[in-house]
Design a protein around this ligand. Structure first.
Ligand code: 5RP
Length: 256
């Protein structure tokens, strides 16, 4: 378990940069990931780990690429339906181990109609993870009707940790320190919808300053006009301690 976690959160800095390219599991051919292999080829060398599905891993990732895998193992819904929260486990532990996953990711939907199922699925997955030494990343998914504030996100993150998740992924919000400080396991942030590069850089900086161990960012990297510059800039915040102003300067240079 600790060895797998070290592939995710780099022991040298205690931080992590995950590249999230799992969006197709419910969104289909997401903008920027129409050909996921191309995005992965371009960006993987700058990421500490890749978060993706087994279909993408098997079909488009070169097995000789030595990058830790955070395998998405929940799903079963699509953007065509209203209830995105109605997920189930979609990958067996045997297949995840065969694919050499370093971590398994599952969404939880606290406050939704499927709250109980998603939380008990998390607990079951944590039991299996304990058995085989595989860490579990709980993704605190936020439905349209759910607030993205510190109160709600603290609740969701804390429940995920209490049920056994080794790492929690959530969204950045005002008073993010409260979310991190009340969660006994490392917290990473998702980037969320594509925003201006400067705003995404600030978001990453604020999250790290507030105590996040890293970012699991997708759209704000692969949907940028300058994806390599973006991932390298975010990396400088996560691993080199650059401020948002320094990182913005770096982005301008790299983009140039
Ligand atoms: C989808 C996910 C994504 O991996 C997550 O949202 C991170 O990507 P982005 O930075 O694009 O939000 O978990 O449910």
């Amino acid at each position: 378990m600790r060895n797998r976690l070290a592939g995710l959160i780099r022991p040298e800095t205690g931080r992590c940069l995950m590249l999230a390219v799992d969006h197709g599991y419910f969104q289909g051919p997401t903008t920027g990931l129409e050909r996921p292999g191309e995005a992965i080829e371009l960006l993987a060398e700058y990421a500490d780990s890749l978060m993706l599905t087994r279909g993408v891993l098997r079909n488009v990732v070169d097995p000789q690429r030595r990058v830790p895998i955070v395998l998405r193992v929940s799903g079963g819904t699509s953007i065509l339906r209203d209830d995105l929260s109605n997920e189930d486990l979609t990958v067996s532990m045997e297949d995840a181990l065969r694919l050499n996953a370093s971590c398994l990711a599952i969404s939880i939907f606290v406050g939704s109609a499927s709250e109980r199922t998603s939380l008990t699925n998390l607990a079951k997955l944590c039991d299996r993870g304990q058995k085989y030494g595989v860490p579990i990343l709980a993704v605190t998914a936020v439905g349209r009707e759910m607030a993205r504030d510190a109160r709600y996100l603290s609740l969701a993150c804390r429940i995920a940790a209490e049920l056994g998740a080794q790492v929690v992924k959530t969204y950045y919000c005002e008073e993010f320190e409260k979310v991190v400080n009340s969660c006994p396991v490392p917290v990473v942030i998702a980037g969320g919808k594509k925003i201006e590069e400067r705003a995404a850089i600030e978001l990453a900086y604020r999250a790290i300053s507030a105590g996040a161990v890293g970012v699991d960012m997708g759209r704000n990297i692969f949907q940028s006009k300058w994806p390599v510059s973006m991932i390298r800039t975010v990396r400088s915040i996560v691993h080199e301690g650059k401020s948002d102003a320094e990182a913005w300067e770096l982005f301008q240079e790299l983009k140039g």
